[in-house]
Design a protein around this ligand. Sequence first.
Ligand SMILES: Cc1cc2nc3c(=O)[nH]c(=O)nc-3n(C[C@H](O)[C@H](O)[C@H](O)COP(=O)(O)OP(=O)(O)OC[C@H]3O[C@@H](n4cnc5c(N)ncnc54)[C@H](O)[C@@H]3O)c2cc1C
Length: 385
Amino acid sequence: MNPDTHHDEDLVEGVRRFVERDILGKVQALEASDTYPNHLIGSLAELGLFGAAVPPAYGGLGVNIPTYARIMEELAYGWTALNCYLNSHFSASSMLARYGTDQQKERFLPRMATGELRVAIALTEPNGGSDLQAIRTRATRGPDGQWQLNGSKIFITNGGSSGAVIVLTRTGEGKKGFSLFMLEKGLPGFSVGGRAKTMAHRHVDVTELNFDTVVLSDAELIGGVPGEGLQQMLDAIETGRIAMGATAVGLARSALRSAIDYAAARQSFGQVIGQHQAIQGLLADMGAKTLAARTLVQEAAAVKARGGRADMVAGMAKLFAGEVCAEVALNCVRIHGGSGYVSDFPAERYYREAPYFVLVEGSNEIQKTIIARRLLAGDGQAIGL
Ligand SMILES: Cc1cc2nc3c(=O)[nH]c(=O)nc-3n(C[C@H](O)[C@H](O)[C@H](O)COP(=O)(O)OP(=O)(O)OC[C@H]3O[C@@H](n4cnc5c(N)ncnc54)[C@H](O)[C@@H]3O)c2cc1C
């Protein structure tokens, strides 16, 4: 085992222990309390997870993508809300580490590594979710060389609680007409708007963001050159989709565990329900599909870690794991009978959390479009299909 592998194993093990000690057994109460779990944000920081994508030179752990996927799975096995605090921050830090100027790296990454500066990512707008090319937020350069940013975003995870946001904006026309800006809170004209009332993770702030002639310089433009935003963002989104797949696997594992425990305890017609063939069929499918989803997520993570384009396999991981998660969560409710429909048991929570993985980080319909397009272009051969 090389030292890196050893370090990664320790990290995953540390996350597993944290979940066992601080989350499992407490998660139902945590969710019911509907309060922002500051102490858990502190625990994630102590584990170094806000620095997971930050290179060691800037104080982070610089973990590889397969390890990151395993961390996300373990956290989600405890509570998928934890992943909501980390995922955009991880994408933002990997984006800055890869594309930021030296000044931007020095300015932001050390604070991001400790969690002192938490960063959200703002792409979606009222008229552009799946269709990001339709966004209207625009930065225009004035005669003094400064940028003026105007527009608004919706559905931004950690939009209120983060200290900074990476914003996708129009700076021109066509595919080279997008740029990403890093905006710290407190800039004149930058405000947080209304908060969405979500189906699950209600304490995670998902908000609107408004930009009313926010003045920015090239120092806030990621990479310092306009027109690179779409490509920078698509690279980060591949990692985000793998992480979303890993999170879905963690939730599916949790739902499977609850279903097994319930099937081993609940009696009907003189035996535990786990002895009924119909229930066994459900459990068998749930187990096989969850393991298949994890294997696909790890394959996607390995492809991404090797470098080069990974949108097809990242899309496959997100699509398959998201759909498996939704199916496993529904079957967990089914196995719990009426108890699956009430909040005394976690099955009801899994069922509310699962659709997130079908919709967010690019809907699963969009993943299908990407996968099919790449297969038709012959990319399947590169991964042996
Ligand atoms: C809880 C939550 C958190 C979020 N966090 C963030 C965040 O942090 N940052 C951020 O930028 N965004 C965030 N989003 C937004 C999210 O990424 C979008 O909601 C998602 O991409 C879908 O976009 P939309 O809502 O505009 O749906 P639409 O694009 O309007 O899609 C509606 C339906 O049409 C389908 N559809 C659309 N176009 C096509 C097509 N070409 N082919 C086939 N089907 C299609 C979709 O699959 C979907 O079923 C979040 C959303 C939620 C609910």
